[in-house]
Design a protein around this ligand. Structure first.
Ligand SMILES: Nc1ncnc2c1ncn2[C@@H]1O[C@H](COP(=O)(O)OP(=O)(O)O)[C@@H](O)[C@H]1O
Ligand SMILES: [Mg+2]
Length: 220
């Protein structure tokens, strides 16, 4: 489904150059749940951002369903990204002034869709994560685990084929983390491909495959 061929990424600032990824080959299979592990700074987030077309590689190429996206214009990449991927981060990135339901609807504002249809899909997404009864709350009225579930609802509201999660349980206690993990596993069982960065070996063992990153490279 997603193929990275000899992908490298260098970050340049005024003073330093960091080679964050070197010659990475990775094939994310449709329908799998892949866990990505490795020490802090080894390149996991960089890799996830490249898979999700949030950033472009310096060298190498990426294919999404056979499409040569590295050769696409930014506008084409953005369209494909919005149609294909949902993102979840360690910090939930909810908008505090918006109710839960409005936060979840946000990604749909970029699609041509009636307000009623948006509301229906957002409600469905919130029911999927067990928060149908919290739609009119504001984010600060929810626990961390509930906020992350809202973020998952927002990530899946556009029915993405692939869910990318960067340490989604990193800010949660183990019980809330387990609930988030249960939801990701259920979405995966329903057909969504999931790629998740985690530091938790127990979580990683519940997935189909673990990819270990070290110093910008994949290690067996
Ligand atoms: N926007 C950026 N600008 C400069 N350096 C960056 C940037 N993002 C990441 N890096 C560097 O690239 C390396 C990999 O970072 P990252 O992918 O965030 O690692 P991880 O997610 O595994 O902790 C690190 O050395 C980090 O400091
Ligand atoms: Mg990271």
């Amino acid at each position: 489904m997603i193929k990275l061929n000899k992908v490298s990424k260098t970050y340049r600032t005024d003073k330093v150059e960091t080679l964050a990824l070197k010659d990475v080959d990775l094939h994310v299979q449709k329908g799998e749940f892949l866990a990505m592990m490795g020490p802090s700074g080894c390149g996991k987030s960089t890799l996830l951002n490249l898979i999700g077309l949030l950033d472009r590689p310096g060298q190498g190429s990426i294919e999404v369903e056979g499409l040569p996206v590295t050769r696409y214009k930014d506008s084409q990449v953005a369209r494909l990204r919005n149609q294909t991927f949902g993102f979840i981060f360690q910090s939930f990135h909810l908008i505090p002034d918006l109710r839960v339901i409005d936060n979840v609807e946000l990604p749909l504002l970029y699609r041509s869709m009636s307000a009623g249809e948006r509301r229906r899909l957002a409600r469905e997404a919130l029911e999927k994560v067990g928060l149908g009864a919290r739609m009119d709350h504001y984010p600060n009225q929810l626990s961390g685990g509930q906020q992350q579930r809202v973020a998952i609802a927002r990530a899946i509201v556009g029915r993405p084929q692939v869910l990318l999660a960067d340490e989604p349980t990193g800010n949660l206690d183990s019980k809330m983390g387990e609930e988030v993990m249960d939801i990701l596993l259920r979405l995966n069982a329903e057909g969504t491909t999931v790629v998740m960065v985690t530091h938790d070996e127990r979580e990683a063992r519940r997935t189909n495959r673990i990819v270990r990153v070290f110093d910008g490279q994949l290690v067996a």
